[in-house]
Design a protein. Sequence first.
Length: 207
Amino acid sequence: MPYHTYPFELPPLPYAHAALHPYIDEETMRCHHDKHFQTYITNLNKTLEPYPKLQKLTLERLLTYSGILPYEAYVGIERNGGGVYNHGLFFEGLSKPSEEAHAPRGYLAALINRTFGDFDKFKECFGAAALDVFGSGWVCLGLTPLKRLKIYTLTNQETILKQGARPILIFDVWEHAYYLKYKNARAEYVEALWKVAKFPEMRFRAD
Ligand SMILES: [Fe+2]
């Protein structure tokens, strides 16, 4: 999604709605991906309809430079564009529990160990940050402009782009992401996400 331009379309899930069972249930995936994600896409397109020049910009550029736009465009892009960007990363970053390695590998693994101590300590910090998000939001592992790892907590549909960072792993901690199965037990949902979260290969050295 970062490099897509208007008109935006809902990307299909790269796995079946029921594929993440028992960690994320099919009903949640249908509601979250097909309805919530679709709504952000529909509303982002509506936001951009009156602005032909903005329609040529990628989602990443829109979010990076939204602060200099007219207020209505700014608000629409922050809320809906942020929702499209974050949800795109989130759904792409999950995979079937049995099919892929659900732990970082290669250089990313080394960087996590160097930054946090080891993978378990990183999960502890990331999980604590996820629980610390007050209200609706996200927790994101990102690469800072100085190429260091940092855990970001984001409210509503903020992204890490304005801080010059690039996302590596993101967890949705809005209640719509887990309430049907986990009710108010966000900690159980976050624990379950580790069984289906997928870490990307990092193809460059960060120092
Ligand atoms: Fe969501």
